[in-house]
Every structure is written in structure tokens, then in C-alpha cells.
Design a protein around this ligand. Structure first.
Ligand code: ARG
Ligand code: ZN
Length: 476
């Protein structure tokens, strides 16, 4: 056959380009352009995730033979759905080399761009179709600096100073650290369910988000499986292993229809009583918060105390609590995130104030429960913002993710709404929002529209000022 004309060839390439299919189907994958996958388009993290990819479930198996080091091996099967024709699958991964990839059980070509943090599975997934992709990897977890604080995100290694097998590892994912040890569609707008199986040396404890469903002990290994049956954002996945002591507590009737929420906490050996004390109030905290926010979204809840120096993190069903953050105030904050962040999830990282503002506001609700006047707390927030300066609530830079505007200005915006509409209407609004009535994935505009719909335009105008105005609105 005659060679197609240059124009026809270009036409074919363009058409193929629009379909994101190679014109020369016989060309080897390595020769294809690497830009054919589109990230989700996050405002602050433009490279994260793949647009139109719905990762529904991650079946994760992690093996750690030397706790406290960065060495690990993993096998994960991701159940994927395409909401549009996808020319390939692109997962976020900064972890060790991938040595094996299967697509519905059959070998599939893949390409790992480790510096770029992308693992591309070179096969198309048509719109509406589902596939199950299995990946194996072994080596050392990736490193990623925190956008603000002097620590490394993602897989944490706490060495054992005595070298007696007492090292620990845990996950600190927010915002984009889960990809240091697990290939994921690493964006909160694509929450998923998880099955996590952890294999560790005998005598080492291992816990993860969800309910423990299986324990297998052999002379050489301890293996535990957890099921997280309700979708959570990837950054909220809890994984902890090390010398942890489990402390069970009576279940709390704060689930849907008064269902029991199981309770357990984990402490490093020798944790002093003063550090353990706030966790004894977890049931009371769950009671107070579910009274405001409605049923607790998960079947189990507790904390893991860690000795590392980093912030507390609201890992799903199992908050990660540094020793230095072991106060009832921080525990209330992380527990509130189980609704705000883990159940109702972010559309974009620039909307993170939706997580932090609501969780900070929960601290004021706890204050009131303790019979304390909430006004000095709200005034202190306002004074902090006046002192440090403030900004509109939608973040424009990753360094703003966890600043006082996200936390205190976000909380004050809610307080202003409450002052304007009164407690009964505010309660109804807060509960409806926490129970997902503004959507399971929300952005700032979704909240604003929801406030206008449920509390009326004057309340919407007030919220809008708190969201958009460069300077602080008057103290509520
Ligand atoms: N969401 C956490 C909290 O306020 C804070 C996480 C800070 N994360 C970070 N990468 N610095 O409870
Ligand atoms: Zn928070």
C-alpha cells in the first residue's frame, strides 16, 4: 500500500492523539510519548492522580522483615474503573522498583518513572470498564519532604536504639506521602476501600485502618489483615507496625442507628500514664461529636501513639498521635476529621480549610461540653490571625495548607455562621454536611452552595466574606 501522505499521516496522528492512541500501533511502548495521561488537575499538586480514573479498592500486602528500617516489599491489587476512555493507567508511586505487573491476571507492560513518581500501566481501559491490576515491588520506601515542617512525609522509620527488634514503621500520608510506599491514585477526590495485610516478624504488632479480620501466625511471621469497607482518601490510610501494646475499651453506641463502634488504642511500651490519659476520654469525645455531626462514619475507632516528632494525623479509624500531641484538644480535632476529611473528602487540596476549619471548630464544641465559655477561645483564634496575618480561605500554595488561616479562620467562619443563624439551624446544617448531604467529595463552592440552600442567602453572604475577603471580617 502507498505511504499515506504527510497530511494524512498528521491527520491520523492528530485523531489518534485526540483518542490518546498511538498512530503506529506496532511501535513499542517505550517509544510512546509519556504525556498521554492527564493528572486530576489539582490546584496545588498539578501532577498528582489520573483524571477520569476511579480506583475503587486497594488490596495491599506489605511485608516488613526489619521494622525500623526503610526496607519493605509489597504486592497490591488495585481495582480500577475508567469514567472515560483511558489510553493507559497512571498511578502515583515513589516506592521501590516494580518487578511484576498483571492485568486481570495476565502480564501487562508497564513503565516506572521513579523521579517523576509515576507508574504507568501500558494498556487502555475503556470508559465504564473495570480492571484489576496487580503490582509487586521490593526495596526501599521513597522519600518526600513535607511542604512545611522539617520532616519526611510518607513511610516513617523509627529505628530501634537497642537493636533488639523494637524498631517501628508507620504511614504519614497527608498530603501526598502514601505514594512513597504504595502505588495509588493519590488524590483525595478519589477515595477508595482498602484491604491491608501486614506481614511482620513474630512478636511485632501490626495495625491498619479498618477492622481486623484475620490473624495468621507461623514460626517465622505474624500476618494480620484489616478491612476498611468504607472509602477513605489515600492520605488517610493508617499503617503501623512495631512494639505496640493494644488497649481495648468498651464499644461506644455512636454508629448509624446507635450501632456499636469498637474501641482500641495502641501505645509503645512504657508510655507514661499522663500520655495515656486523654485516650481514656475517646468514648466521651465520640459521644459529644456524634451528637453534633451525626453517626460516626466507621465501625471502629482509636489512636496509635508514636514517639516520632511530627504532627498528629487523622488516619482513618486509627488516629496517629505523637506523644507531644497527646491532649484531649488534639484528640478531639483528629476525631472530628473522621467526619471532616475521611468521610466527607476534599475535591482539591486548595480546599483543605474544609478539613481543618471544621476539625478546629470541634475543639470549641468540646470546650462547651466541658462547661467552659467558648468566647475566649474564639477571641484567641481571632487574635492569632490579627497577629500572624491572614488570607482568603482557598489556599494558593502548598505552604498554606496547614497555616492558621486554614485552621483558625476556617473555624471562625463556621462560628460566624452559627452566630448568624442560631444554634438549632446551625446544628441541622452541620449534621447534614457531616453526613455527606453536600456530597461525599466537596470543594469550597459546594459548601457555599450548600449553605445558601440550607441556611439562606444572608448566611451564604457571610460565609462568602470569610472565604474571599483578604482581610478578616469582624469578629463573630
Ligand atoms: N491534618 C493534620 C491535622 O491537623 C495535620 C497534618 C499536617 N500535615 C503535614 N504534612 N504537615 O490534624
Ligand atoms: Zn486537622
Amino acid at each position: 500500500a502507498a505511504r499515506p501522505s504527510r497530511r494524512a499521516r498528521r491527520g491520523r496522528w492528530l485523531l489518534a492523539g485526540a483518542l490518546l492512541l498511538p498512530a503506529a500501533a506496532q511501535s513499542p511502548p517505550a517509544a510512546e510519548p509519556a504525556t498521554r495521561d492527564r493528572p486530576v488537575g489539582d490546584t496545588l499538586y498539578p501532577t498528582l492522580g489520573q483524571a477520569d480514573l476511579d480506583a475503587r479498592h486497594y488490596d495491599v500486602h506489605l511485608t516488613v522483615t526489619q521494622p525500623g528500617t526503610r526496607a519493605l516489599s509489597g504486592e497490591v491489587t488495585v481495582t480500577l474503573r475508567a469514567t472515560r476512555d483511558l489510553p493507559l493507567i497512571s498511578l502515583d508511586f515513589l516506592g521501590p522498583p516494580v518487578t511484576f505487573a498483571r492485568w486481570d491476571g495476565q502480564p501487562v507492560p508497564y513503565r516506572q518513572d521513579r523521579p517523576g513518581g509515576k507508574l504507568r500501566i501500558l494498556r487502555a481501559l475503556p470508559a465504564g470498564q473495570q480492571a484489576s491490576v496487580t503490582l509487586r515491588y521490593a526495596g526501599v520506601a521513597g522519600l518526600l519532604p513535607d511542604p512545611v515542617f522539617p520532616f519526611t512525609l510518607g513511610w516513617q522509620a523509627v529505628p530501634d536504639p537497642l537493636k533488639v527488634g523494637g524498631g517501628a514503621n508507620f504511614a504519614f500520608g497527608e498530603p501526598d506521602g502514601t505514594r512513597t510506599f504504595l502505588p495509588v491514585n493519590d488524590h483525595p477526590s478519589d477515595p477508595a476501600t482498602f484491604t491491608v495485610t501486614l506481614t511482620v516478624p513474630p512478636g511485632t504488632a501490626a495495625v491498619a485502618s479498618g477492622e481486623r479480620v484475620r490473624v495468621t501466625d507461623t514460626p517465622g511471621a505474624h500476618t494480620v489483615t484489616f478491612e476498611q469497607t468504607r472509602p477513605i482518601p489515600t492520605y488517610a490510610l493508617a499503617v503501623h507496625l512495631g512494639p505496640l501494646e493494644e488497649q481495648g475499651s468498651p464499644a461506644v453506641p455512636v454508629g448509624e442507628g446507635g450501632a456499636a463502634v469498637a474501641r482500641r488504642d495502641y501505645f509503645p511500651p512504657g508510655t507514661p500514664g499522663a500520655v495515656r490519659a486523654p485516650y481514656r476520654r475517646t468514648g466521651e469525645i465520640l459521644g459529644v461529636l456524634s451528637d453534633w455531626f451525626g453517626p460516626f462514619p466507621f465501625a471502629t475507632y482509636g489512636s496509635v501513639v508514636v514517639t516520632a516528632h511530627l504532627p498528629a494525623l487523622e488516619t482513618a479509624t486509627l488516629s496517629t498521635m505523637p506523644v507531644a500531641s497527646s491532649s484531649d484538644r488534639v484528640l478531639v480535632h483528629e476525631t472530628a476529621h473522621q467526619w471532616f476529611g475521611n468521610s466527607v473528602t476534599l475535591r482539591d487540596w486548595s480546599d483543605v480549610w474544609l478539613n481543618e476549619g471544621f476539625a478546629t471548630y470541634a475543639e470549641l464544641l468540646w470546650h462547651e461540653h466541658l462547661g467552659q465559655d467558648p468566647r475566649p477561645l474564639a477571641e484567641a483564634w481571632y487574635a492569632t490571625l490579627q497577629r500572624r496575618g491572614t488570607r482568603p480561605l482557598v489556599a494558593t500554595d502548598a505552604t498554606e495548607l496547614f497555616d492558621s488561616s486554614a485552621y483558625q479562620r476556617g473555624a471562625l467562619a463556621l462560628h460566624a455562621l452559627r452566630r448568624q443563624v442560631g444554634d438549632p439551624a446551625f446544628r441541622r446544617f452541620l449534621r447534614a454536611y457531616a453526613q455527606g448531604q453536600a456530597g461525599p467529595v466537596v470543594g469550597t463552592d459546594d459548601l457555599l452552595a450548600f449553605v445558601r440552600r440550607t441556611l439562606g442567602d444572608p448566611a451564604g453572604d457571610t460565609l462568602q466574606r470569610w472565604i474571599r475577603q483578604p482581610l478578616l471580617p469582624p469578629a463573630p
